[in-house]
Design a binder for this molecule. Structure first.
Ligand SMILES: O=C(O)CCC(=O)C(=O)O
Ligand SMILES: [Fe+2]
Length: 758
C-alpha cells in the first residue's frame, strides 16, 4: 500500500467494556473504554462482534468537523461491536461499518495500521479479479466459522473445538487476505468515485437543461428586440427628417426680413420631437441590456458545454472500466465456472511433405554390389520381424513391436562411409548419424507394418534417410491415424529418400504385401539417436527467453539432460505448432506483447487473445501428440496497468485452460520475480532499453537465470517422474549447476551448442 501512515498515530484496537474476547457474555457497555488488556499487547483497535452491517457515509466530511469518537454511522459505540480506530485521522469505526463483519480481535491486532475510507485514497484504479473476491469470501467465511466456533467453544469450555478453531485460523494467510481486502477497498472507493462522478454528470445534465430552456425562452425575446430596434430606427430616421425640416424652416424664419408667423408652434413641435427621441432612447436601454445578458448567457452555456464534454469523456471512460470490471466479476462468480468449450477457431494447418528429399541414383552399382555382399555375409544374423528380417548397426534403436532385442553391431566401414556421406546433408548443428537399421524384404510376400519413426530417442530436428538396394519397392504414406493411402513413393534400387522427423508426427508409412518386386530388397535406414532425446525440449517464447541456452555445459546452459532449442515468438500468432514436432517437451511463454497493445482495453480483448493462445496450445498437441506442453504464466512487469492485464490473462490460464487440458503442466514459481509492491523486481530486470527508455518488462541476466532454472526444474522433475535424476549415487549433483552460477559465468559467452538454433 503506497500510503504512509503516521507512525505516531497508529490505529488502536480495543474491546468494548462488555466484550473483550475474554468476556463475550458481558452486557453492552455504555461507552467504549480507552484502554484495555489488548492495548498492552498491541496498538490495534478492537471491540466486540457486530450487530448489523451499515454503510458508512460518503468520504466528504473533513476530520476537523467530524465527531471522531463515534462511528460515522451515528450509532452508539456501546453494544456488541468491535471498534477500529483509523491510523491517520483517529476516527472510530464499527468493524461492521467497514465491512469487516466477523473479524476477530486477533486478526485486527495483526494489522500494522488501518486507513479508514476517509483517509484511504486508491493510488491507482484497481481491477479486482474474481479470484480476489472468492479468496476474501472464502477466508471471511473461515473467519466467521472460526469466530463463532471459538465463542461457542469458550462458553462451553470445549478445548477440542478451540483447537479446531485455531487450526482454522492458522490456515488463513492474513497478509494476503488483508492485501485482497485492500484491493477490494480500492475498488469500492473507485466505485464510489464513479458514482459521485455519475451524480456530478446528472447535475450537469440538469444544469444544461436549465440553460438550454433559458436560451430557447430568450430566442423569441431576441426576435422581438430586433423588430423593436428596427421600428425605433425607422421612427428615429423619420423624426430626424422632421427635425431637419423644422430646423430649416426656423433658419429661414430667422433670416427672413419680416417674420410673418409665430415661432411658437415650431418650438412646440421641436420639443415634442425631443421628448419622443428621449422616450425612444430610454426604450432602447432595456432591449440593449437584455442583448448583453443574452451574450453572457450564451457564453456561459457554451463554456459549460465544453467542460462537460471534457469531463463526460473521462467519466464515460471510468464508467466503462467499471462496467467491464463488474462484467468480468459477474462472468466469473466464485468459484469461476470453467468455460466448457475452448474455441478452436484456427485448425492446424501445415504443408509438411511426406518425403523431404528423394535421390534416384544415390549409389553407384559397384557400391550397391559391395553392400549386398556385406549384408549377404551377415544373412544368418538377421532377425525375423513382422513381414521382413532386420539387422541393426551402431547405436541401439528400439522401436515398438521390435522382436529383436539383441545388441546392434559396430558400424562396418562401408556403412560408416555412407553415414558420412549422408551427414553432409545434415545441418551443422545436428549431431551425426549414429544408427543404421537394415530391413531385408524377401520377395512379394514381404511387408512392413504401418508405423511412424517418431520414437523419442530420434533427434527432433534430424531427418531419417532410407537407401534401397536390390529389387524395387513402393512405400505408402497415410495421414496419422488413418490407413487410407494418401501418397506412394517408388524406391528403385540405389535410390535414397529422406523423411523429416517432423513428418513422422503427421504421417505414417508402410510397405504393403506385393509392393516389393520379385527378389530381395534391402533398405538401410540411417538415424541420429540419443537416449537423452527423451527429454528433448523446445521453448517457444518472447524476448525474455531469447538468452536461454541449450547445451552440454550445465553452468552455461540447460545442460545435457535437457537438450533442445529456443524459438522466438514475440506474438502468439508467431507460435508455429508444427515447429514443435519431434520434441518431447514444449514450453510456451508468450502473450505479453499481445496484451500490451494499445487497442487491448477490456477484459474481453484479453479473453480474445487468450483464446488464440489456447488455440495454439491445442494445435501444438494436435501436431505433436507425444509432447507434453508446459504453459508459463505471463511474467510480472513494472507497469501497474500491464500487471493488471497479466493477472487477468494468468487468471484465464488457471481457470479456463488448466482445468480442461490435462496434457498441460503449469510452470509455477515465477512469484520470486515479484518485489514487495507486486512489480517485476528491479534486481531481476533491465533498467533501460537499448534506446535508453525505461524498460518495464525485460529480465536481466539474473531474471533470465531464475526463469530458466524454474523451467528446467519443472521439466526435468516431470520427465524423471518427480525425481531429480541429476543427483549422482552419492547424492552429488552431476548436472545441477545453480542458475546463479550460470548467471555468474555469463560474461564469457559460449558459442551455440549442438541444439541451439540462432
Ligand atoms: O524399407 C523401407 O523403405 C522403410 C523402412 C522403414 O520405414 C523403417 O525402417 O522404419
Ligand atoms: Fe519407418
Amino acid at each position: 500500500m503506497p500510503q504512509t501512515p503516521d507512525p505516531l498515530n497508529k490505529s488502536k484496537v480495543r474491546p468494548s467494556a462488555k466484550n473483550g474476547a475474554d468476556s463475550p457474555t458481558l452486557k453492552k457497555p455504555s461507552s467504549r473504554p480507552k484502554t484495555s488488556k489488548l492495548d498492552l499487547k498491541s496498538d490495534r483497535v478492537l471491540s466486540s462482534t457486530p450487530t448489523s452491517v451499515q454503510t458508512p457515509p460518503p468520504p466528504s466530511i473533513s476530520s476537523s468537523h467530524r465527531d471522531l469518537v463515534n462511528c460515522p454511522c451515528g450509532r452508539s459505540s456501546s453494544g456488541n461491536s468491535w471498534v477500529i480506530d483509523c491510523s491517520k485521522c483517529g476516527q472510530h469505526w464499527h468493524a461492521n461499518c467497514l465491512g469487516m463483519k466477523g473479524i476477530t480481535d486477533k486478526a485486527i491486532n495483526k494489522m500494522l495500521e488501518y486507513l479508514c475510507p476517509f483517509c484511504y485514497v486508491a493510488p491507482v484504479p484497481t481491477m479486482p479479479t474474481s479470484e480476489d473476491v472468492c479468496y476474501i469470501c472464502r477466508n471471511t467465511l473461515s473467519l466467521q466459522q472460526a469466530n463463532s466456533q471459538l465463542e461457542t467453544s469458550i462458553t462451553m469450555s470445549n478445548i477440542d473445538l478451540v483447537a479446531k478453531c485455531s487450526e482454522l485460523l492458522k490456515g488463513i494467510d492474513f497478509g494476503e487476505l488483508f492485501a485482497k481486502i485492500d484491493t477490494l477497498g480500492q475498488f469500492d472507493l473507485r466505485l464510489r468515485h464513479l458514482l459521485l462522478s455519475e451524480n456530478a454528470l446528472h447535475s450537469l445534465e440538469s444544469e444544461i437543461k436549465r440553460l438550454s430552456d433559458l436560451l430557447s425562452s430568450s430566442t423569441p425575446a431576441t426576435e422581438s428586440l430586433n423588430t423593436n430596434i428596427k421600428s425605433f430606427t425607422e421612427s428615429l430616421t423619420s423624426h430626424d427628417t422632421s427635425i431637419t425640416t423644422l430646423t430649416n424652416k426656423l433658419h429661414q424664419h430667422m433670416h427672413s426680413p419680416t417674420p410673418t408667423t409665430s415661432l411658437n408652434p415650431l418650438i412646440d413641435q421641436i420639443s415634442q420631437l425631443q421628448k419622443e427621441v428621449v422616450a425612444l432612447s430610454s426604450l432602447h436601454t432595456g432591449p440593449l441590456a437584455f442583448s448583453a445578458e443574452s451574450d453572457q448567457l450564451i457564453e456561459r452555456v457554451s463554456s459549460e458545454l465544453r467542460s462537460l464534454c471534457e469531463r463526460e469523456d473521462a467519466i464515460a471512460a471510468d464508467i466503462s472500466v467499471l462496467k467491464q470490471s463488474v462484467t468480468a466479476l459477474h462472468s466469473s462468480p466464485h468459484p469461476p465456472p470453467p468455460c466448457t468449450t475452448i474455441p478452436t477457431s484456427q485448425p492446424l494447418s501445415h504443408n509438411e511433405p511426406f518425403i523431404s528429399k528423394s535421390v534416384t541414383d544415390f549409389l553407384d552399382e559397384e557400391t550397391e554390389k559391395d553392400l549386398i555382399e556385406l549384408l549377404q555375409s551377415k544373412s544368418d544374423q538377421f532377425r525375423q520381424e513382422n513381414g521382413r528380417s532386420v539387422l541393426a548397426f551402431g547405436v541401439k534403436y528400439n522401436y515398438p513391436g521390435s522382436k529383436s532385442s539383441h545388441s546392434p553391431q559396430t558400424l562396418p566401414h562401408k556403412l560408416y562411409s555412407l553415414c558420412n556421406r549422408l551427414n553432409q546433408q545434415h545441418s551443422a548443428d545436428i549431431p551425426p548419424i549414429n544408427s543404421v537399421l537394415v530391413n531385408r524384404y524377401d520377395g512379394s510376400s514381404a511387408f512392413l507394418p504401418q508405423h511412424s519413426d517418431n520414437e523419442s530417442v530420434i533427434h527432433p530436428d534430424s531427418a531419417i534417410y532410407t537407401v534401397s538396394i536390390g529389387t524395387a519397392c513402393t512405400v505408402s504414406f497415410c495421414n496419422m491415424g488413418s490407413t487410407d493411402v494418401t501418397a506412394t513413393h517408388a524406391c528403385p534400387p540405389r535410390s535414397m529418400y529422406a523423411m523429416s522427423r517432423k513428418s513422422q508426427d503427421l504421417f505414417e508409412h508402410r510397405i504393403d504385401l506385393g509392393a516389393v518386386s520379385h527378389g530381395t530388397r534391402y533398405s538401410l535406414t540411417f538415424r541420429t539417436v540419443h537416449h537423452l532425446n527423451r527429454a528433448s525440449t523446445i521453448i517457444i517464447g518472447d524476448s525474455n527467453t531469447c538468452s536461454f541456452k541449450f547445451g552440454e555445459d550445465p553452468k552455461k546452459s540447460f545442460g545435457k539432460y535437457l537438450p533442445g532449442k529456443q524459438v522466438y515468438a514475440p506474438l502468439i500468432s508467431d507460435i508455429e505448432p508444427i515447429d514443435t514436432c519431434g520434441y518431447m517437451n514444449v514450453a510456451v511463454l508468450c502473450g505479453i506483447n499481445n496484451i500490451k497493445q494499445t487497442d487491448v482495453k477490456t477484459p474481453a480483448d484479453i479473453k480474445k487473445i487468450f483464446n488464440c493462445f489456447v488455440n495454439k496450445i491445442n494445435n501444438i498437441q494436435a501436431a505433436n501428440k507425444k509432447a507434453h506442453v508446459y504453459v508459463c504464466p505471463l511474467l510480472p512487469t513494472k507497469c501497474t496497468d500491464l500487471n493488471r492485464r497479466v493477472n487477468f490473462f494468468n487468471h484465464l490460464i488457471f481457470t479456463e485452460l488448466l482445468p480442461l487440458n490435462f496434457g498441460v503442466t503449469l510452470v509455477s514459481g515465477f512469484g520470486c520475480l515479484i518485489d514487495d509492491n507486486g512489480f517485476l523486481s528491479q534486481d531481476l530486470s533491465r533498467k533501460v532499453t537499448r534506446f535508453g527508455r525505461p524498460d518495464y518488462l525485460h529480465l536481466n541476466w539474473r531474471g533470465v537465470a531464475k526463469v530458466a532454472a524454474i523451467l528446467r526444474n519443472t521439466i526435468l522433475l516431470r520427465v524423471n517422474g518427480g525425481q531429480d535424476k541429476r543427483l549422482g549415487r552419492r547424492g552429488r549433483r552431476v548436472d545441477g549447476a545453480l542458475y546463479a552460477d550460470v548467471a555468474r559465468n555469463r560474461t564469457d559467452r559460449q558459442p551455440q551448442d549442438g541444439y541451439q538454433s540462432e
